[in-house]
Design a protein around this ligand. Sequence first.
Ligand SMILES: [Zn+2]
Length: 232
Amino acid sequence: MKKCFEKKFTLIELLVVIAIIAILAGMLMPALSQARARATGVKCCGNMKQVASAIQMYVGDYKDVLECYLYDPVASKESLIGDVLVNEGKYIPKEVMNCPNVRLGNGSLHWSSGILDCGKGGGDSFYLARVNEWGAFCQRDGYSQFFLMNRMRVPASTFIIGDTFIVSGGSMGYGFFFMNPQVVIENSAGAALHNEHMTLGYADGHVESNDLNYLKQEGFTKVCKQSQIIDL
Ligand SMILES: [Zn+2]
């Protein structure tokens, strides 16, 4: 009896099949990586929503004052709101402080939200340009920075936290970093980590995923994109 598939493939035929598979894989990979970026963007929004809600609870407990950064000169000790939200234990679990798209060289996650810097960490030009529209809500006391939430005029359009990335040196492992839309602070800047979108959390507790055009319109001039700080 004759076997049905007696003929063997030639080398050329095998190479053609391999080439077709490679082309198909090449077409699929960008779609897969985009889908992955979209998924991490959704998770990031979920995390930041929890942080924004925790901030709402915190300011409810502390007379509408958000202590962004507190420096105790006597003890020479600093604390950032991220530390407070996590360390007090009642506001937020540590894991949600991570952007799922930010990993250290060893693969571990680290905290990656930045709190809006109104001049404590860098320049105050971004904040001062918005004082009329957003309200004069920022107060600084020595090295410390506070937000008086009840002075905010438009909480729904006033972003106070966002994806932030440190491009080299240092560690973001304590609380929030400062995020200044126009000044690079300690090698870090607001970061477009999800298909060139940056997650921002607003004073009313909602979050948005915004693209580079939107960030530029909002006044961002320094943004981290693919581990590099670029000018918008
Ligand atoms: Zn993120």
